[in-house]
Design a protein around this ligand. Sequence first.
Ligand SMILES: CC(C)(COP(=O)(O)OP(=O)(O)OC[C@H]1O[C@@H](n2cnc3c(N)ncnc32)[C@H](O)[C@@H]1OP(=O)(O)O)[C@@H](O)C(=O)NCCC(=O)NCCS
Length: 157
Amino acid sequence: MFTIRQFRPDDHERIREITAEAFDGVSIDQGIENEFGRINDRSWQWRKKRHVDVDVEREPEGIFVAESEDGEVIGAISTWCDREAGTGHIPNLVIASGHRGQGIGRALIQHALDRFRAEGLTHARIETLVQNEVGRGLYESVGFREVARQIHFAMEL
Ligand SMILES: CC(C)(COP(=O)(O)OP(=O)(O)OC[C@H]1O[C@@H](n2cnc3c(N)ncnc32)[C@H](O)[C@@H]1OP(=O)(O)O)[C@@H](O)C(=O)NCCC(=O)NCCS
């Protein structure tokens, strides 16, 4: 069993850790590192963890965590509201390995969508890599529809 609660500042490092571990194989930064090696002596995990910092900086009240019965943070979702545009964004969703496939990711997305509705937004946006079949399956199953695909490039200078 798990509960969903609001993010607290002392969750920050744990979410950074889960994020670096969870995005192995489904990270743009990792794809760049695979192609070019480490850049500026920083790993792809270091780069990925910074996404959590951006989320916390932007809208900490839009971050929610899933907590196990023994109080461990086992998943997190970040959201932010573009009220002027009427859209809610979900930049990051992670479930710790060992806790996946139990409905926690789905519950966090539903929580995020409920937040958007409560804020009066009419549409939600999320993105995933083509190779992330689990993410894609999950998003389509909660009602997201594919609208575009993007190609990420990088080059040496
Ligand atoms: C993607 C992720 C957040 C899903 O969370 P989860 O708690 O494991 O997913 P759930 O148990 O809620 O499963 C929801 C749906 O995902 C899909 N899914 C889950 N595990 C799957 C698997 N191994 N293979 C294919 N689809 C799968 C199914 O559609 C499932 O629905 P169902 O149980 O009704 O069949 C989680 O696996 C994760 O953290 N992955 C690594 C990081 C990541 O990819 N984040 C998203 C980036 S966009």
